[in-house]
Design a protein around this ligand. Sequence first.
Ligand SMILES: [Fe+2]
Length: 342
Amino acid sequence: MVMARHWYASFDPLLDPAQADAMVELCARFGSYKMYSEEPTFAGIGEGLPARWDAARNFVRTGGRLGRSEPLPVLAARTNYFRETYAYGNEVRISGIEPFLRHQGFVAAARRLYDRPVIVPAIVYANLLVPGQELAVHTDVPEFRGVNRTRHPQWLLVAMRHSGLFEQWRIPIATAVSWFHDCAGGEFAFYPDGADAAPHAHHVRSNTAVLLDTDTVFHGVDRVAETAAPVDRLRPGMRLRSAGDDRWRVEGDGAPVAEYRWEELRFSVSWKAYCFADEAERRTWSAHADDLSVEFAVDRLVDDLRARGTLTGARPGDAALVDLIIDEYIRFPRAVPADSRA
Ligand SMILES: [Fe+2]
């Protein structure tokens, strides 16, 4: 139990020691991880924009949580970390993930987070960051009945959540983030007291986890080791592969670009579950009995922008409208330059 504006749970230890060791072995056995920028983009409003245009735009504008100033390609490479999915719903994509996927402590904490008893695992995925990388401050992609990340722009879903206009269609998601080695740097920086309050920079320790509402609470990952090279050689489409013996390689077109030791990487595994008030709500969701349409959502946001006085005159073109929506609804924490902090 933690006293904060947004409740979160801590787990220490998370698993039996042998199970925790098995997560590290599982990470290497999975073998190959693609870059996050390979996430799909969608037709319609904002077509062609990166999936997380909201977070990328804020990151480049501000230089991240600590307000650093760097060339755009370097900033882009810093936050283009590596990701793969270990389980999707109850579908196990690599053996050995089951104790984590079905962790009863996560289920109990998820029930408590929203006071919603019906917990349905949605996904387990791994993030791997190499030295010099960080994860831009963001909130996660929420889920609404009829509008979700598999079919619609992720930045739009995030803005919908922050607008508060679509809560009757939202399925609250509980997210646990866990770690299975100690890591130098790469703190999990999150804002449980809101975007205007100071963040907590949670130090990463082996076999621990936190569970929170990451769709509401801003969070990111501080830089893993303070290094410019070779992160400046990373490009979209490269992969991070286990090379055995605790060595890992970034490869582009089959050619090695950089090599790391396991202990230099930052490895986290995330667990997400839908939290339903009751079985009837779950059925409404799975039967698509009360679905929102994306057109309705955008029109409602436009109406609200007019009501707020943010938009006057004709509806702007999509490119301008996207940025207007993001700027109006997603109020990121302010960057605080590292050298100005006490
Ligand atoms: Fe996140």
